[in-house]
Design a protein around this ligand. Structure first.
Ligand code: PXP
Length: 279
């Protein structure tokens, strides 16, 4: 455990992999509030920019190092079936160089699971994937889980890889995820992000996410969240105490165009600290 406070907030404690299984412990800085949060930066869009011109730069692995130096707790990358951004060699280099949590997102396919079992990232997040989509749309269908999904979860667990499922904030999906034996769920925050500017819709989506996070914790799952998060919409989300991990990519890479990557990461950490510290 690093014990490093986020953005100068004494009651927001960051953790490395070890204590994650005890997400509700009391913060060692303020000794009262069980606040634990880790920020994983998704570096896919650095690879998108690189691939747009076929150059070797900007390098997503170098971006990962910069994000970690700026205070992020881990790195997320999505190896898509069409390799539109992250490529196989990026995954290998991330595994070889990262000293913090490496969360590899992938579809539940035999090809991807074989790669994961070879690379052995710290975490695999299984996501739904459609070739025609611009980014991951919707959550994984776990209630009507295919036999393949069950097999893939078992294979990952047998390889000692923590498994997270990217799902909608839906109670039935959460209970089905728990029944599959995974350690973590990542709640899809896309609907919340899309509700920006409509206060009633935002409130409704936050309530859905809060109920989902609460149910997940009751079942003993670790609760992550991600998709469409920005420095503007993250403070209200992290007021949900059960959420202990965020996976954020597009907005931080977009902010980096104007302020640079270290400042963009620090701004996100500050926004998280602000939301976590609010009553
Ligand atoms: N979490 C998951 C499972 C995702 O698929 C994505 C998008 O790749 C993200 C988080 C990050 O979303 P965004 O790029 O909108 O921050």
């Amino acid at each position: 455990m690093s014990g490093r406070p986020l953005a100068g907030e004494s009651c927001v404690e960051s953790v490395e992999r070890g204590p994650i299984s005890r997400p509700n412990r009391t913060c060692s800085f303020c000794a009262t509030v069980p606040l634990v949060m880790r920020l994983h930066i998704n570096v896919d869009h650095v690879a998108t920019l690189r691939n747009a011109r076929g150059t070797p730069y900007p390098d997503p692995v170098e971006a990962a190092r910069v994000c970690l130096d700026a205070g992020a707790h881990g790195i997320t990358a999505h190896l898509r079936e069409d390799r539109r951004h992250i490529r196989d060699e990026d995954v290998q280099r991330l595994r070889a160089t990262l000293r913090s949590t490496f969360n590899l997102e992938m579809a539940s396919t035999d090809e991807m699971i074989a790669i994961a079992c070879k690379v052995v990232p710290d975490v695999v997040t299984l996501v739904p994937e459609r070739r025609e989509e611009r980014t991951t749309e919707g959550g994984l269908e776990v209630v009507k889980a295919s036999p393949a999904l069950r097999t893939h979860v078992e294979q990952l667990r047998a390889a000692d890889i923590k498994v997270s499922l990217f799902i909608a904030p839906d109670l039935a999906q959460i209970e089905a995820s728990h029944a599959l034996g995974v350690e973590q769920i990542e709640l899809h925050t896309g609907e919340y992000a899309h509700a920006a500017g409509d206060a009633a819709a935002e409130k409704r989506e936050l309530e859905r996410l809060a109920a989902a996070a609460k149910r997940g914790r009751e079942l003993g799952l670790e609760i992550a969240a991600g998709h469409g998060l920005t420095t503007k919409n993250v403070p209200a989300l992290v007021a949900i105490p059960e959420i202990i991990e965020l996976n954020i990519g597009h907005a931080t890479v977009a902010d980096a165009v104007f302020v640079g990557l270290p400042a963009a990461v620090r701004a996100m950490l500050a926004a998280i600290g602000k939301g976590r510290a609010s009553p």
